[in-house]
Design a protein around this ligand. Structure first.
Ligand code: GLN
Length: 461
């Protein structure tokens, strides 16, 4: 199985650009080791997996898509990488991504653009676009991504995959190069709901090395995926978010996406679900709130990249002092989107502006969390079990179409940001094609009810 995927990578990845690093010999040696252990064929043993380059992997080059980390080989591995190895998987390589996971198209990678296997002139989504192309193009059966504001769900939607952002804190962030620590979460990308669930169970669960890790059992997502596959959702209460593709928001959504979404909702009803529209009035403010909170945290997290400890160092020729070397390294090591975020975040956190920007954004975040609680707990009108929306307002767009328009790029995250800000789980599952390109249905559930996402996704798959 490993060799078949390596052959396919050799044949196709020159054109697709899914991987930043592949070590075929290491993968084959590892596969032979699993074969010899006699566990091959049980669980995920012997199954190849691709990892987004945001996860540190001991001795294996890790860049987070940035020039500043070129050549760095981490001295340790992320908990999720260790858990996958313990499960007997074979790492095929590290996948391309927007630099430090900032972007929605993978065009912000310092190394290469990644192409969508459905139409090679289009983007594969982002920031986990290398992972989405690897799995959609059959260059890996499974991949790990990370989702801060949509980076698992949106690329999954745009390449016809299943992608799940777990409940914040339910999958370890140890060894995940931090972008926005209060939002970052690792999760599975796969071609079926059951595959995603198997990967999820292998990586989830408490980790004492992550201070925000939740000490709770992994939700029974594999069982939920199997149960949902029967297609019976009798009694399940589904809320269509009015502000996300419901009656309250039509602007910015492609008609083909709205049609496929309506088709998916009809399918849920046919499966016995009780569907109603639910209003979440603060969701419309998720975009500005996210684009203050995420850059603020990023400006702090990225301070560690100064050329002294990791990756490249620029201008250290004896004639410059340390501040000049740090400044030159950051100037040449970071790309334009990363610099934009650092500047935005530093401004939003600065004395005199903190209350006006960061403080306000945090208040909006609280209101979004309340919208979810109201929808799920219900009050007088009774709550819903899950909320649904399109995953992305559009299908995959042509490479280059949004690179000079950051706001158009940010608008791609319209539907995915509320669940990120509230920390609740959300899955994207394919729900048909529009003009030959995949459309995704997003299913959001209360914190720690990830199994509901899998059950509903399996029913419409
Ligand atoms: N597109 C969003 C951003 O650029 C989300 C990225 C992510 O989830 N890592 O910040």
């Amino acid at each position: 199985v490993t060799r078949a995927h390596l052959d396919r990578i050799a044949a196709e990845d020159g054109a697709l650009g899914a991987y930043l690093h592949v070590d075929g010999d290491a993968a084959l040696a590892r596969a032979a080791e699993v074969d010899a252990s006699g566990t091959a064929g049980t669980g995920l043993a012997g199954i190849p997996v691709a990892l987004k380059d945001v996860f540190v992997t001991e001795g294996v080059p890790t860049t987070s898509g940035s020039r500043i980390l070129e050549g760095w080989r981490p001295p340790y591995s992320a908990t999720v990488a260790t858990r996958l190895r313990d499960a007997g998987t074979v790492m095929l390589g590290k996948t391309n991504m927007d630099e430090f996971a900032m972007g929605s198209s993978t065009e912000n990678s310092a190394y290469t653009a990644t192409r969508n296997p459905w139409d090679r002139d289009r983007i594969p989504g982002g920031s986990s676009g290398g992972s989405s192309t690897a799995v959609a193009g059959h260059l890996a059966p499974l991949a790990l991504g990370t989702d801060t504001g949509g980076s698992i769900r949106q690329p999954a939607a745009l390449t016809g995959l299943v992608g799940h952002k777990p409940t914040y804190g339910s999958v370890s962030r140890y060894g995940l190069i931090a972008f926005s620590s209060s939002l970052d979460q690792a999760g599975p990308m796969a071609r079926t709901v059951l595959d995603a669930a198997l990967l999820h169970e292998a990586i989830g669960g408490h980790d004492p090395r992550d201070s925000t890790s939740i000490d709770a059992p992994v939700p029974a997502v594999v069982e939920a995926a199997r149960r949902g596959a029967g297609g019976d959702l009798a009694g399940l209460r589904v809320g269509v978010v009015r502000e996300l593709g419901g009656e309250g928001a039509r602007e910015g959504y492609e008609q083909g996406v709205l049609d496929r979404f309506a088709g998916a909702v009809a399918l849920l009803e046919a499966a016995g679900a009780e569907v109603r529209e639910v209003s979440c009035p603060s969701f419309g403010l998720a975009l500005p709130a996210y684009y203050l909170i995420a850059p603020s945290e990023a400006s702090s997290n990225l301070a560690r990249f100064e050329g002294m400890r990791f990756g490249i160092r620029v201008g250290d020729d004896g004639g410059r002092d340390v501040d000049e070397v740090m400044a030159l390294t950051r100037e040449q090591g970071f790309g334009p989107e990363v610099k934009r975020r650092i500047i935005l975040g530093t401004y939003a956190l600065s004395a005199g502006y903190y209350d006006a920007y960061y403080g306000q954004a945090q208040k909006v975040r609280t209101l979004i969390g309340r919208d979810f609680s109201t929808a799920f707990d219900g009050g007088a009108s009774g709550g819903v079990d899950v909320l649904v929306s399109p995953t992305s307002p559009t299908v995959a767009w042509p490479i280059g179409a949004r690179v000079h328009d950051p706001l158009a790029m940010y608008a791609a995250d319209l539907c995915t940001l509320p669940a990120s800000l509230a920390g609740v789980p959300a899955i994207s599952v394919p729900c048909g094609l529009s003009e030959g390109l995949p459309v995704g249905l997003q299913v959001m559930a209360p914190a720690l009810a990830d199994d509901r996402c899998y059950r509903v996704a399996a029913a419409v798959e």
